[in-house]
Write a protein that binds this ligand. Structure first.
Ligand code: SF4
Length: 379
């Protein structure tokens, strides 16, 4: 992969969906506008949450591609006008910054700031990496796109969020900022329960103070009973993130995690759907790692047939990761992928809207929910 500056993009077509695809890939130059983006950690680090014509989107503002993006922001009275090469965008696109949540100003009795325990994602999701370390986080073994160890090193977070601390933050974020659902992810602490046990403890404690829908995310645990435990504790949905359906890419990009075979993932999908139900199991699929498109679409179709929502996202080349200088996928590739996957979702009657919680519900890191509306004829 070569440097971000060399990527050839053709201009975005004049549609909101195509514009969002381009924005996700190329990011926005903020021209000195003060935004509250963050660096390091899991999830959409280096991104900033906006409302694009009212819908939550995470857009890169801090990574390498964003430095050279043709898109920039111009502040006006009610939000930001989007400029492309300094000219007004041909698509009516109105961006509002998602405000810094009030719960960020609070801390636990022992002095831990709430935003080191959980953060706001998108517009209304509270997200936490409950165990901020991973058995795969050695230079040889780590997934090349992952930044989980970096925010721990930078002091932006704490290594392990205690279940009681999480419950305290959930309560505050619900009361002060009106969060609507919760995403709990984890680094992988071992190869047996893979974090499911600790997630269960966290969910149980949150359930004492909140009824908000919760998604848990982990590698497929060895024993199927962990799905039952998570569900019984109060988790509503689960994310089992395959990251790629292309075996060659998995081996190259995830030298250690690829030891979990695709077959194991598909078996896990079936077992998880049996417990959580159709549309309440999702899997992250990263596009731009060098994967074969047909293999990827076939993998998404196979997962969707089982009732799993394939949450397709473009590679975010995150600062500090082994792919920091990689190119995001082109907008042409993403447009085609979104079109094909949204048609599969329509056939299988799966949707972001029907998911109760988590990334598939939030959708801010992907343009898939926008394409779903097109595929279902809603637009
Ligand atoms: S899609 Fe997932 S990772 Fe992205 S902002 Fe929403 S909850 Fe966070």
């Amino acid at each position: 992969m070569s440097g971000s500056k060399e990527v050839k993009h053709t201009p975005a077509q004049a549609s909101l969906e195509a514009l969002l695809v381009d924005l996700h890939n190329r990011g926005i130059r903020t021209n000195g506008v003060e935004l509250s983006g963050r660096r390091g950690g899991a999830g959409p680090t280096d991104d900033k949450a906006f409302l694009l014509n009212g819908q939550a989107v995470m857009l890169p503002t801090l990574n390498e591609p964003a430095k050279y993006s043709p898109y920039s922001l111009e502040k006006n009275d009610s939000g930001y006008a989007l400029k492309n090469e300094g000219m007004p965008s041909p698509v009516a696109a109105f961006l509002q910054e998602v405000k810094r949540p009030k719960f960020y100003d609070l801390q636990t009795e022992d002095g831990i700031p709430y935003n080191k325990i959980a953060v706001l994602h998108g517009a209304d999701v509270l997200a936490s990496t409950v165990i901020q370390s991973c058995i795969r986080w050695s230079p040889e073994n780590r997934c090349k796109f992952c930044a989980i160890g970096h925010s721990l090193e930078s002091g932006n977070t704490i290594a392990r969020k205690q279940p009681k601390q999480l419950a305290e933050v959930v309560q505050a974020a619900e009361q002060l900022d009106g969060i609507k659902h919760i995403t709990l992810t984890t680094g992988t602490p071992n190869e047996v329960d893979r974090g499911a046990l600790y997630l269960t403890e966290c969910v149980k404690e949150i359930r004492k103070v909140s009824e908000l829908p919760i998604q848990v995310q982990c590698e497929p645990p060895e024993d199927d009973r962990f799905y039952q435990m998570l569900k019984k504790a109060g988790a509503d949905t689960i994310g089992l993130h395959v990251e790629s359906f292309d075996e060659t890419v998995r081996k190259e990009m995830m030298p250690s995690k690829s030891s979990i075979s695709l077959e194991t993932y598909f078996q896990a999908f079936e077992k998880a759907v049996a417990v959580f139900g159709r549309n309440q199991v999702s899997t992250y699929v990263i596009i731009g790692l060098g994967e074969d498109m047909e293999t990827t679409v076939a993998g998404c179709a196979k997962a969707a047939k089982l009732g799993v929502y394939p949450f397709v996202v473009p590679l975010r080349p995150l600062s500090g990761t082994m792919l920091a200088d990689a190119n995001p996928p082109t907008s042409e590739v993403m447009n085609e992928m979104y079109q094909r996957v949204s048609q599969i979702l329509a056939q299988e009657k799966l949707s972001s809207a029907k998911s109760s919680a988590g990334c598939a519900k939030c959708g801010a890191c992907s343009a898939l929910p926008f394409f779903e509306k097109l595929a279902s004829g809603a637009n």
